[in-house]
Structures are given as C-alpha cells and as structure tokens.
Design a binder for this molecule. Structure first.
Ligand SMILES: [Fe+2]
Length: 578
C-alpha cells in the first residue's frame, strides 16, 4: 500500500465526531428541537479577541481554563460550502474561569494550519474534503489539509490542537496563536500515514496515552501505534508499540486500563462486501472526483466487532488478547478498568452507521445535473431522525480467561461524548457524563447534560436545554478538597441557535437536574468591542466537538492580551499571525 492510500484510510476515522454533530430534517417531535436553530450553528464563527466578563455565580473554587475545539469554517473564502462539517477548519475557544474574582477571560481563534493559511492567501478553496467536496485524484483529490479541528490536549506544558489523521498543532495557551505542527518529540513523522489520534487518554496519575492508526484496505489490516507518556512530559513510560490489527480499522477512540490498551475494532470495509463490481465502480467514482473518500467506507453488519487488548508494557509478560463481541460501531468510549481477570468498558454503541458516514448524495445531485456538493451542507440534506445513528450507552464485561463477554445497557437515551471524572480514568467508575438528545425516545440533536448512574439508574439525572439550544461535550472537574467521584462541576458550551450566541454553562455534578449554576456569555457583540460580523457569521462558538479543562491554569486578561500583542492582534476573520 502506498502512503496516500493509507492516509485515506486513516482519515476515515474522522467520522468519529459526526455522531455528535447530528441534525435532522422534517419529522422532529413537536417542540423537541428547532431545526433552523440547529442549522444556524454551521455558519462560520468569528475569532474573538481576549476580553473579560463578570460572572458572580462562578463557584469560588472553580479556577482554570477550558479549551474547546471544533470545525467552524463552513464556508470557504470563495463562498463554497464545506459539504460535511467534519471537513471544516478547527476553531479553538479558550475560557479562563476565576471563581475567586468572579471573572472569565474569553478568546477564540482558528488554528493557523498550513492549509488554512494557503486558502486564506488564495482566497479560495484549495483542498478536497474527506466526506464531501471530492476532487479527481489528478486534481489534488488526495491532497488533504490538516484541519486540526477535533480536540485539545494540555500536557507537558503544551496546548495541542488535535486531528487524528495528521500531526498535532502547538498553540499558545494564552492567546491561542498557532506555533505550528509538532512531531511529539520525534515520535510522529511527516509522512501521510503518520498521525497522532485526537482522543488521548489522561490517566488518574497525570500521565497520558495516545495512539495512531493507518488502515490498508488492500491487505485488510491496520497498523496501530501506542505511546504511554509520563506525567508532566512526553517521556515514554515504556517503549512505543506497533501492531498489525486484523481487518480494516476505523478507530476514532481507544481506552486504557492498568495493564492494557483497549481497541474496539468494528467491521468496516472499503466498498461493499461481496459486491466486487459495485466496489470497483465506487472506486472509479472516487478516483474521478465524483465520490468523497468517506462514502467508500462500508460497515459490514454480518461480521462481529472485536475488542483487542494490548499490554501497555510489552516487557510485562502479558500477551495480547482478542475477543469477538456482537456487531456494533462506536465512535466514543467512556472508560475502562480491570478487576482480576475481568476487564470492563463503557462505550456509546450504535448498530448502524452506514448512512451517516457514507454520504453520496453529492454524487446523486451531480447525476441530476447540479453542481455537486459545494452548495449544500450535509445537514441540510439528511433526515436526522431517520439517518443519524441511534446510540446507547452500554457496558461490556470481558472475562479474560474464557474470552467471553456480557453486555448491559446503561442508558437507551440517544447520547454522545461520554466522559468520567479524571480521578477514575482507567479505574472503576460509577458515573458517566454525556450530552443527550432532547427526546427520550427518538433521535434528536444533543441538547442536554445527562449524568448516568451505572449502579443505580433511578439516580441518573438529566437537564434539558431549551428547544433551540444545543450542548457540546461535558467535562468534569472536581470541587476543591473533594473525595466523592461526583463532587465537582460539569462544564459545557451551549449554543443558542435563535440568538446565534453561546455560553459556557457550569453545573453542579451532584445536582444536574437543577440546571446551570453559572452561565458565562461567550459571544462578543459589536457594541462590546467585537468586530463587525459578516451577515453569514456567528459571534461566538457554534457546534463544537471535544473539550478539556485545565485546573489552576488561570492567566489574567492582561497576560492574555500581552500574548496577543506578541503574536499579532486578531482580526475578526482570520489569521493575522499567519
Ligand atoms: Fe471524537
């Protein structure tokens, strides 16, 4: 397999976060959600220069900085729409909370990737997407840009913007200015197949583990790498690992326990299984720029999902273990732990994924004589309640001796972005935090904060946003001096699709149903010093994906503004530091 082919395969995984950016069409239960408000979040978001707001409701012991990443440049400089939101450039929102003074310092900035800079300079779209906007291979159809749009990681004194198909970008943690791509101290090369996943796992001891993968559809295998970093640095605890995983891997997330890296391999294939003529036809469509890369991925529902366990330290004497499970797909996992010969993991499971990632509607429109997909957003076309994959929070309990398993549903409400308290990462947990659909039965966009009690379902709690508001990933941070697992705060950005504004919400994790105890407005209105906005832009963050909270990291407004001055003052649109 050549490098470009492997890159294509690994990029498939970008699909990962699609499960969270879900939207629908026409048949939403009355009053449960506002489709127009949801769609409004897919306009370009403006950069926001550092400013401070007062929020007297902030708890006095809530001090630190919240970073959220997500795709946000949905319309190119030439007016062409990015067909699929996951193909849009990354935008990082930084919110420094200081409950001691009741203030918050806010700034928001696009990641200045090389590809984004090139498109800014050319004032037009230069690159294809993975899930839309295809191009013929001879017209740069495989020349993808690093979009840096999925997650943020704070570790070893560095703030990274992550995208799973390439290297991370280093950002200034104060101004959010982009320093450039990083090779992770020489661990990640610059070849197309070299990457650093967007779902690192932060251990309860302060260490971090991450992985990378590159699938080979021709060979039917996937190369996976693992790194296990020390607390506070990018020094390795144990030698880096490389494995060939059977099957065509599509890994967005992984898990880490005391002794194992955990990889959940769903049965994906390149083109439809058992239909070679159709697969060839689809490949030709892809080669000629009529079909996006993502539409080549097929989920083979006739095959089992396999969980692979790899010892974190190959010198330990432990051996890899593979256990076949039922057939499901999972973008995101909550947590895993070991108890003797048992390994338990909680994950967000869906039985079907094909329609969600195999968007070939652009091809159909082309056949009808339209201009392809440069004029329509994916979410403007799909029927959300029909096409978005229904998800459940489920627990798998693996018997490592007998290679058997048990599956138990923890929540059947449609949900995404599972997380647990950092103190129990890799250890036994009781509570899982997610954002969930507004409707208990149907599949609707995520618009709530859900706390699932895995030991006593009657004690699970949910808070619903208003029908025109949409919530992102929920991050837990402990209260000062706390010992109980759920004694802390939940943070999430909530987008108001009618007003086009956002707020960072703070909830008491023990009283989720009571709703936010503090709301920090994030959007900077023109009268407050914001730049005039184009009519098709929103003033704050819209729908994002993953976030992280860094306790104790609390620069002042003056310090953040000094950093901005050092790197060049922001414009409202983009890249004054490029
Ligand atoms: Fe993700």
């Amino acid at each position: 397999m050549d490098g470009s082919t492997r890159q294509k395969v690994s990029l498939l995984v970008l699909v990962t976060c699609a499960a969270a950016l879900r939207i629908d069409a026409s048949k939403a239960p009355t009053g449960s959600w506002d489709r127009a408000a949801f769609l409004s979040g897919f306009q370009n978001a403006a950069e926001i220069p550092a400013h401070q707001v007062r929020c007297a409701q902030l708890p006095s012991d809530l001090v630190g900085t919240y970073y959220r990443n997500g795709p946000a440049r949905f319309v190119g400089y030439d007016g062409k729409k990015v067909r699929h939101p996951l193909d849009a450039d990354g935008l990082v929102t930084g919110v420094t909370l200081d409950g001691r003074s009741g203030t918050a310092v806010i700034r928001q900035r696009y990641v200045a990737t090389a590809g984004a800079i090139a498109e800014y300079a050319a004032q037009r779209t230069l690159y294809p997407g993975h899930f839309g906007n295809p191009r013929a291979l001879w017209d740069g159809g495989m020349r993808f840009k690093n979009r840096a749009n999925t997650n943020c990681l704070w570790h070893g004194g560095k703030l990274l913007a992550l995208w799973e198909a390439s290297r991370p970008h280093v950002l200034d943690p104060l101004s959010l200015a982009t320093h450039g791509e990083w090779d992770v101290d020489g661990l990640v090369g610059s070849c197309p197949m070299d990457n650093f996943a967007a779902h690192p796992r932060l251990g309860s001891d302060g260490g971090v583990a991450n992985f990378a993968y590159a699938g080979n559809p021709a060979a039917g295998t996937t190369t996976v790498r693992f790194w296990d970093f020390q607390p506070g640095s990018y020094d390795l605890r144990s030698p880096a690992q490389k494995h060939e995983v059977p099957g065509f891997g599509l890994f967005h997330d992984f898990l880490v326990t005391e002794n194992y890296f955990v990889l959940v391999a769903s049965p994906a294939t390149w083109g439809p299984v058992g239909r070679p003529t159709r697969a060839l036809q689809m490949t030709l469509e892809f080669v000629t720029g009529k079909r996006p890369f993502g539409s080549m991925i097929c989920f083979d529902e006739s095959q089992p999902t396999t969980v692979h366990l790899y010892p974190r330290d190959e010198r330990s004497g432990l051996r890899p273990i593979a256990i076949e499970l039922d057939t499901f797909f999972s973008f995101h996992h909550a947590n895993a732990w070991e108890e003797g010969d048992t390994l338990v993991f909680d994950t967000v499971s869906t039985p079907k994924i094909n329609r969600w990632i195999r968007d070939d509607s652009s091809l159909k429109r082309t056949k009808r004589g339209h201009k392809g997909d440069a004029d329509r957003n994916f979410f403007e076309d799909v029927d959300f309640e029909r096409d978005a994959p229904r998800t459940d929070l489920v627990r798998y309990t693996l018997d490592l001796k007998s290679r058997s398993y048990a599956r138990r549903a923890l929540s059947t409400r449609h949900l995404e972005y599972p997380s647990v308290a950092p103190s129990v990462s890799g250890l036994r947990h009781r509570f899982v935090y997610t954002t969930a659909g507004s409707n208990a039965e149907g599949v609707t966009p995520v618009a709530s904060v859900l706390k699932t009690d895995t030991e006593d379902a009657s004690k699970s709690q949910i808070w619903l946003a208003r029908p025109f508001e949409y919530c992102g990933e929920v991050s837990f941070t402990p209260r000062a001096g706390s010992t109980a697992e759920d004694d802390g705060y939940l943070l999430t950005i909530c987008y108001d699709g009618r007003a086009g504004t956002s707020a960072l919400l703070v909830l008491d994790a023990r009283r989720v149903a009571d709703g936010p105890i503090a709301r920090v407005p994030l959007s900077l209105a023109e009268e407050e010093g914001g730049e005039p906005l184009p009519s098709d832009a929103i003033a704050g963050p819209g729908h994002g994906v993953h976030a992280t909270f860094v306790p104790g990291l609390a620069p002042t407004l003056h310090e953040v503004q000094e950093a901005e001055e050092h790197r060049g003052r922001l414009g409202s649109r983009f890249l004054s530091d490029a």
